[in-house]
Design a protein around this ligand. Structure first.
Ligand code: SAH
Ligand code: SF4
Length: 359
C-alpha cells in the first residue's frame, strides 16, 4: 500500500494529508476521484438537482480585485432584471420541474434593494404555492436583512469566503471595512444564526494562493460545518486589477485539475453536503461540469437570466452559455448529467442532507 492508499483509508485528513493529496500526480489522483465517487453514491446517491440561476443585477457597491462586475469597471452597462422578467423565469423553472432557484446579484444594501428582494420573494412564493426552494447569493447584509428575507421564504444562502486565508483575502480586496475578512466571516455566522442552510466556497488557483491555503480552505469548510459548497477555478478578467498577475497563474488545465481535486476531497471529508458543479469549471474544460459530477458534485445551476443581460454579468473571461435560452440550457445540461451517469432530481428540493441531519 502506498502513502496515498494509506491516507485515503483515514476518516479525517490533516493539513499535511491534504497537501499531499492536492499535489498528487495523474495516477494517484484517480484514486482520490474513485473514492469520492464511491462516497457520493453511498451518501447522496446519483441524483443531481437543478437550481435555476437568475443573475438579478450587476450593480455592485464593492470592488473585489478579481471580479469583472466590480464597481470600478465602467465598461459595463448596469442592469436590473425586471420583476416581470424574474417571475417569467420562475414560471418556466416551476413548470419544468426545477424545484429550486438561486437569485444572485452584485452586492447592494440600500433599503430600496433589500425591500425589492423581499417583495420579489413574496411574489415568487405566491405564484409557486411556496413550493420553490429559494437560495440567495446577495453578498454581505445585516442580520435584520437576512431575517427579513427569511421571513419572505428564502431558505438557503451562498456566500463564498473566497479564501480562508486572512492574508490572501487582503491581497484580493481593497483595504477597507467594506472588504474585510472578519466582516465576511461574521456574515457567514449571521447566516447560520438566522437559520439558513449555509453555503460557502473559494476560488482555486488565485494569484499568490498556495496548496497549503487550499488545504486550509477544506479544513475551514469542515470546521464551519457548512451545508453546501460552490467552488471553482479563479479565471482572470481583463478589466480587473488582478489581471496584471495573469502570467503567474497555473496553466488553465492544471487549475481545472486542482479544482476537481478540491471537489473530490471535500466530498470525501463532508459526505452529505451539497456541492455545486460550477460554471467556472466548465469555462476551463468543456466537460468540466460532467467531470465535477463524477467526482462528487450533486447540484447544477442552469442559467435562467434573460439572454439580453448575460454579457453584462461576466464575472470572468470566456464565461460559457451566455447566448443560450433557458430551454437550450436545460437540454444541454440534461445530456451532460446523463453522460456523467447520473439522473436529475426533478420536482425535488434536494435540500442538503447534512443540514437535515444537523437539525
Ligand atoms: N456579490 C455576491 C454574489 C455574486 S459574485 C458575492 O460576492 O458574494 C459570485 C461569486 O463569483 C463570488 O463569490 C466569486 O467567488 C465569484 N467570482 C468573481 N470573480 C471571479 C473570477 N474572476 N473567477 C472566478 N470566480 C469569480
Ligand atoms: Fe461585487 Fe460579488 Fe463581484 Fe465582489 S465578487 S465585486 S461583491 S459581484
Amino acid at each position: 500500500m502506498n502513502n496515498i492508499d494509506y491516507i485515503l483509508k483515514k476518516d479525517d485528513f490533516t493539513k499535511e494529508d491534504l497537501v499531499i493529496l492536492l499535489n498528487t500526480n495523474e495516477e494517484d489522483r484517480k484514486k482520490i476521484f474513485e473514492k469520492a465517487a464511491e462516497v457520493k453514491k453511498t451518501y447522496v446517491g446519483n441524483k443531481v438537482y437543478f437550481r435555476g440561476l437568475i443573475e438579478f443585477s450587476n450593480i455592485c457597491s464593492k470592488n473585489c480585485y478579481y471580479c469583472g462586475i466590480r464597481a470600478g469597471n465602467n465598461k459595463l452597462v448596469r442592469y436590473f432584471v425586471t420583476e416581470d422578467e424574474v417571475l417569467e423565469a420562475v414560471k418556466y423553472a416551476y413548470n419544468e420541474g426545477y424545484a429550486s432557484l438561486v437569485i444572485q446579484s452584485g452586492e447592494q444594501s440600500t433599503k430600496a434593494f433589500t425591500e425589492s428582494i423581499y417583495n420579489l420573494l413574496m411574489k415568487i412564493n405566491s405564484i409557486t404555492d411556496n413550493k420553490m426552494g429559494i437560495t440567495l447569493s446577495l453578498g454581505e447584509q445585516s442580520e435584520e436583512t437576512y431575517l427579513r428575507w427569511k421571513e419572505a421564504g428564502a431558505r438557503r444562502y451562498l456566500l463564498r469566503i473566497e479564501t480562508s486565508s486572512r492574508e490572501l483575502y487582503s491581497k484580493l480586496h481593497p483595504n477597507d471595512k467594506h472588504h474585510d475578512y472578519d466582516e465576511r466571516l461574521n456574515a457567514l455566522k449571521l447566516l447560520r444564526k438566522t437559520g439558513y442552510q449555509v453555503g460557502t466556497g473559494v476560488m482555486i488557483g488565485l494569484p499568490f494562493q498556495t496548496v497549503e491555503d487550499l488545504a486550509d480552505d477544506l479544513l475551514f469548510f469542515k470546521e464551519f460545518d457548512i451545508d453546501m459548497a460552490g467552488m471553482g477555478p479563479y479565471i482572470e478578467h481583463e478589466d480587473t486589477p488582478l489581471y496584471q498577475y495573469k502570467d503567474q497563474l497555473l496553466p488553465k488545465e492544471e487549475r481545472f485539475i486542482l479544482s476537481l481535486k478540491m471537489v473530490a476531497l471535500l466530498r470525501i471529508m463532508m459526505k452529505d453536503i451539497n456541492i455545486a458543479a460550477t460554471t467556472a469549471m466548465q469555462t476551463l474544460d468543456k466537460m468540466g461540469r460532467e467531470k465535477a459530477i463524477k467526482v462528487g458534485s450533486n447540484v447544477i445551476m442552469p442559467n435562467l437570466t434573460p439572454v439580453k443581460y448575460r454579457e453584462n454579468y461576466l464575472l470572468y473571461e470566456d464565461k460559457p452559455c451566455i447566448d443560450e435560452e433557458a430551454s437550450e440550457c436545460k437540454n444541454c445540461l440534461e445530456a451532460r448529467i446523463h453522460i456523467a451517469g447520473d439522473e436529475i432530481g426533478y420536482n425535488e428540493h434536494g435540500d442538503s442532507i447534512h443540514f437535515k441531519n444537523r437539525q
